[in-house]
Design a protein around this ligand. Structure first.
Ligand SMILES: C[S@@+](CC[C@H](N)C(=O)[O-])C[C@H]1O[C@@H](n2cnc3c(N)ncnc32)[C@H](O)[C@@H]1O
Length: 391
């Protein structure tokens, strides 16, 4: 591909990504992978160059651009070399007209910025994320794994965490293939640690997805006890089985919940759990380092729906706890409505619960919980709180 053709390819891809963000379609990474599957003529250098252009354009535009060309024109107005590739050549983009609109540079959509928790450093939300790993204690420990991954550095305060540079191809390593490490942001590892799961306990991961945190809980439980991974989406839960097999965490049970009728499938577990983790569906505002186009997807109406759903999930999670048990509420969101205020509202709605003070190597106290941010902690952004059932 010529350099100009790469720019046009990036514009075409941005059109797809913008459309998907507007209509609830697939993620940018999925669209990029599909695009190149259908265009075998693009070599690996072409693919990398196009991908970099696409992500540079996504990162610099807070608001969803009108179309792919506007996204790329905005970028080109800041980069003379890129602007020169709008040359009207056969496969390249047409020259930029002086009055042509280009996407405006920004980090956070205007409507959303005031909703962030006050301590959040909004200018650090779009940085580059490293690859964090969790060493699988079911099979090994950090001292044994570190020599297999010479570039990895240990993260202080998190005994199982290693960090590799951004883009490190860890899934090609023998350590990953053998289940010795899982890719998991240090913030997620801290949330699993805040659950304080122990061998022999009954632990429910209520919004388990593909089981990232379930696997961390399994390791903390040393493979002993009842660990139940529940979710409403079958395809997500299905992805847990091969991961659990690779991690030798075969004792995990999975439970498919019926959206809106979750309590039915959970009835036998009422009052039984020592720990329930609610890693709730959320705006994902803490994960823009990895999914920068997520900010083009969020709308005020969607945020309202998420806040209502989080409250509903907390309400059917609460009766699952035994007296003395702990409900850990977490979101990878940095708006107060989804974090601090959500937990405060839960404590107002439910008598017999108290927030526990957590002493952790990262994060800042915020309301009844802890705030982790890319700017302060170098992790994805999270809010989480540990609530104990006292009665
Ligand atoms: C933030 S993701 C979980 C990520 C996962 N815990 C991990 O560590 O990889 C939230 C999950 O909640 C699930 N979910 C949404 N509504 C739910 C509900 N009513 N009950 C249970 N799970 C739900 C979604 O399908 C999604 O997988």
């Amino acid at each position: 591909m010529t350099p100009a053709a790469r720019v046009q390819a990036a514009i075409d891809l941005l059109d797809l990504i913008i459309g998907a963000a507007r209509d609830g379609g697939p993620a940018a990474d999925t669209l990029i992978a599909r695009y190149f599957k259908e265009r075998r003529y693009a070599g690996s250098r072409d693919r990398r160059a196009v991908r970099d252009l696409v992500y540079d354009a996504i990162r610099r535009a807070a608001e969803r651009p009108e179309n792919g060309r506007a996204a790329m024109v905005g970028l080109a107005r800041e980069q003379a070399e890129l602007a020169a590739l709008f040359d009207g050549s056969t496969h390249g983009p047409a020259p930029i007209e002086e009055a042509e609109p280009g996407a405006v540079r920004g980090d956070v959509p205007a409507w959303l910025a005031p909703l962030f928790a006050a301590p959040v450093e909004q200018d650090a939300l779009l940085g580059r994320a490293p690859v964090d790993l969790r060493v699988n204690r079911l099979l090994t420990d950090r001292a044994q794994v570190a020599p297999l991954l010479p570039e990895a550095v240990a993260l202080p305060g998190l005994p199982d965490a290693l960090r590799l540079p951004e883009g490190a191809p860890v899934e090609q390593s023998e350590a990953w293939k053998g289940g010795l490490v899982e890719v998991q942001d240090a913030g997620s590892q801290l949330i699993a640690a805040a659950c304080a799961a122990e061998p022999g306990m009954t632990v429910i991961d209520l919004c388990a997805g593909a089981g990232g945190k379930t696997l961390a809980l399994a390791a903390a439980m040393e493979g002993r006890g009842n660990l139940i991974a529940a979710d409403t989406i079958r395809s997500r839960i299905a992805r847990l089985s091969p991961r659990a097999e690779r991690a030798r965490a075969g004792f995990i049970q999975t439970l498919l919940l019926d959206q809106g009728h979750e309590a039915r499938a959970l009835a036998d577990l009422a009052g039984q759990a020592d720990v329930v983790l609610v890693d709730a569906p959320c705006s994902g505002t803490g994960t823009w380092r990895r999914n920068p186009e997520a900010r083009w997807r969020l709308t005020p109406a969607r945020l309202d729906r998420l806040v209502a759903e989080q409250a509903r999930i907390l309400d059917f999670a609460a009766p699952l706890l035994a007296a003395g048990g702990a409900l850990v509420y977490a979101t990878c969101a940095l708006t107060d409505r989804e974090g601090r205020d959500q937990v405060d509202a839960f404590l107002t709605r439910h008598a017999g619960w108290e927030a526990e003070r957590l002493t952790l190597p990262l994060g800042r106290p915020h309301g009844a919980g802890i705030l982790l941010t890319p700017g302060h902690d170098g992790t994805d952004g999270f809010f989480f709180a540990r609530l104990r059932r006292t009665a």
